[in-house]
Design a protein around this ligand. Sequence first.
Ligand SMILES: Cc1cc2nc3c(=O)[nH]c(=O)nc-3n(C[C@H](O)[C@H](O)[C@H](O)COP(=O)(O)OP(=O)(O)OC[C@H]3O[C@@H](n4cnc5c(N)ncnc54)[C@H](O)[C@@H]3O)c2cc1C
Length: 386
Amino acid sequence: MTHDILLAGAGLANGLIALALRQARPDLHVTIIDRAAGPSDAHTWSCHDTDLSPEWLDRLRPLQRGRWSGQDVRFPRHARRLSTGYGSLDGAALMGAVADAGVRILWDSPIAALDIDGATLESGRRIDAQAVLDGRGAEPSPHLVVGYQKFVGVEIRTDAPHGIDRPVIMDATVTQQDGYRFIYLLPFAPDRILIEDTRYSDGGDLDDEALARASHDYARQQGWAGTELRRERGILPIAMAHDAEAFWEERLTTPPPVGLRAGFFHPVTGYSLPYAAQVADIVAGLQGPITTATLRGPIRDFALARARQDRFLRLLNRMLFRGCAPDRRYTLLQRFYRLPQPLIERFYAGQMTMADKLRIVTGKPPIPLGTAFRCLPERPLLQENA
Ligand SMILES: Cc1cc2nc3c(=O)[nH]c(=O)nc-3n(C[C@H](O)[C@H](O)[C@H](O)COP(=O)(O)OP(=O)(O)OC[C@H]3O[C@@H](n4cnc5c(N)ncnc54)[C@H](O)[C@@H]3O)c2cc1C
């Protein structure tokens, strides 16, 4: 039997593609394959409301386990409340919706080999399809130079109300350590809160226990006693240089990648939900037959356009990682959060205008000019990485 669409990996990118496809093309049979036993509870996928189109906000709203009408940031010399809405969904809700939409999900099915006509599972079973997309998570590439956002989050049930009524996107008043350090808070209920100790560091190593302890220490300092319910960990790529042309040149004969595997993430945050929604719209919006070949062009076009648009964000990362002493990195973010709210929203949505970019880099330079100039070219980092 040949399936219409085969999506390798039951993650965020393919979950959104499946939802959008089933709505736009209910005639197509969509199959997702994943090596895991079922949806993971080790993820909370969040984003700002302004990162998503109104259609995606409506689609995801019923799935969200947390929704807030504002957010806070805290820095040593600046604190701010923004009215930008924020929401979170988890793997179980997303995959539940995907299954309800009529998508076939094969769990416990590690893929040994993927090609443009289908997948061969480790069990030896072969699954053929007209169209194949590869959403099996990040893989290193010489054409994408990254730093890391690393975090361990503990979700606790507090013995008494914790008193936080909206997300704290960054509490950078904590001791700076291992690069730019902040605490991220998501209050899911008056007595349930996710506390995530996050570091923007050069190396990809993560001491889970140390960061989990740091999150618990933070809870204690706030006076929150309670029980740990769940943990999540991440080592997210932060893009510093990207040669998208070369990246896609190497993928002319493979199933098109999507999600982190394609480098579709916000260069500064490592978050991929907004870009995943945009790619899902492209896939679901295709007219005529959907095959691996008809998918490749539009996804690659999106990638190249995105990489061009994100050039400035990668420059900011180079300034953050290469132009700033690790314990001073927070000053760049502190300065950024003094800018107007619509600019901040466009920054997270990856939709900055030329005026926004100028606004970010003008004024008193956050790092010495000579250092800033050294950060300008992208090519040397790609050459170092080759
Ligand atoms: C803990 C955590 C929290 C995050 N929070 C956010 C957030 O709040 N907002 C946001 O936008 N981003 C967030 N991210 C970053 C990023 O958006 C996520 O990593 C997102 O899940 C990436 O989506 P993806 O579809 O590319 O990959 P994934 O969602 O990781 O999906 C990849 C899937 O492929 C499967 N797979 C891999 N290899 C095989 C194989 N050989 N055979 C079969 N299946 C395979 C895996 O089991 C997995 O289910 C977070 C990341 C982590 C780790």
